[in-house]
Design a binder for this molecule. Structure first.
Ligand SMILES: [Zn+2]
Length: 302
């Protein structure tokens, strides 16, 4: 599946101008690095991502717009390949990663992780050159009404290669899977490492059950990254509190258009406005993470 995805990527860059232009622009984007408590975050100035950062995801706006993940509303140039029987793999035309895909459920059904964690593990296994990620319906998904994952070039997110040095403690262990929490405050991070798919899924559901669900919502707020390498899965879970930090809707100089989701929590802060890219500091990142991450003390493991 890695080869088929790459083939589609090259084909779409040849035949779809929007994709070509945006991937060309991505190769020129400015980045810089900021260290927060000795953890390196990469800042990416990416103007094309305004479509996601500034997406209106309230129920009324969602109900009004045609769903851009449904096959009948996609641009005519956008092609897909079938995946796992009921998903399609599409090239994401607004990339953050050098190769960036959307993995879309064929049916227009809401974004929920509990019934799809097994799919996520399977997708990460099939697309082992990529990191598969999930943004919850209240945590950055710009189509909360249509189930989907995304996948981006593996090795791009800083957390993938440094998490082992950040292990704070082992929270749970079962045959085939271990759950860790990382010492990387104010980013609250849980990691499941598993060499058996059923154990990975079982451990995930233990975490899911241990997280609070806000009134009126159907699942605990979270972002998830999953990758498969060296014969095992690594699953990063970022429990969330707020959808967007206060600076997102502040006025004047205090405004900073950061709408964190999986990629930002994985260590690449995506900022669609150049002024924010220039001014953001380590205390800003600390403040944003403190607001949007759920402290792990809220995790009630049985
Ligand atoms: Zn749809």
């Amino acid at each position: 599946m890695n080869d088929a995805a790459l083939q589609l990527y090259h084909e779409q860059l040849r035949t779809w101008k929007t994709a070509y232009v945006n991937y060309q622009a991505l190769s020129l984007v400015q980045t810089r690095e900021i260290s927060v408590n000795d953890i390196c975050y990469r800042i990416q100035y990416n103007a094309a991502r305004i479509v996601s950062s500034d997406a209106k995801v309230d129920a009324a706006s969602i109900a009004r717009r045609p769903c851009f993940l449904c096959a009948s509303h996609r641009p005519i140039e956008q092609k897909s390949i079938p995946l796992l029987g009921h998903y399609e793999l599409l090239v994401n035309p607004y990339p953050i990663f050098p190769e960036h895909f959307t993995l879309v459920e064929k049916a227009h059904v809401p974004q929920r992780i509990a019934p799809r964690m097994a799919d996520m593990l399977q997708l990460a296994y099939l697309l082992s050159h990529y990191t598969v990620f999930y943004n919850g319906p209240c945590c950055g998904a710009s189509a909360p009404d249509h189930a989907h994952f995304q996948a981006g070039t593996r090795g791009f997110l800083p957390i993938e290669d440094v998490w082992r040095q950040q292990i704070d403690k082992e929270l749970a262990k079962m045959a085939g899977a271990t759950l860790y929490c990382l010492a990387n405050t104010p980013r609250a991070t849980l990691v499941i490492e598993a060499d058996q798919v059923e154990a990975a899924e079982r451990m995930f559901h233990m975490v899911y059950q241990a997280l609070p669900v806000l009134q009126g919502e159907e699942e605990p707020r979270m972002n998830i990254l999953t990758l498969f390498r060296n014969g095992h899965w690594e699953i990063f879970i970022f429990p969330r509190s707020k959808h967007r930090p206060a600076c997102y809707s502040a006025v004047g100089k205090a405004r900073l258009l950061s709408s964190p989701a999986s990629v930002d929590l994985g260590g690449v802060f995506v900022l669609p406005r150049e002024e924010d890219f220039r001014k953001i500091t380590a205390p800003d990142i600390t403040q944003i993470l403190s607001e949007v991450c759920l402290p792990l003390t809220e995790l009630k493991m049985k």
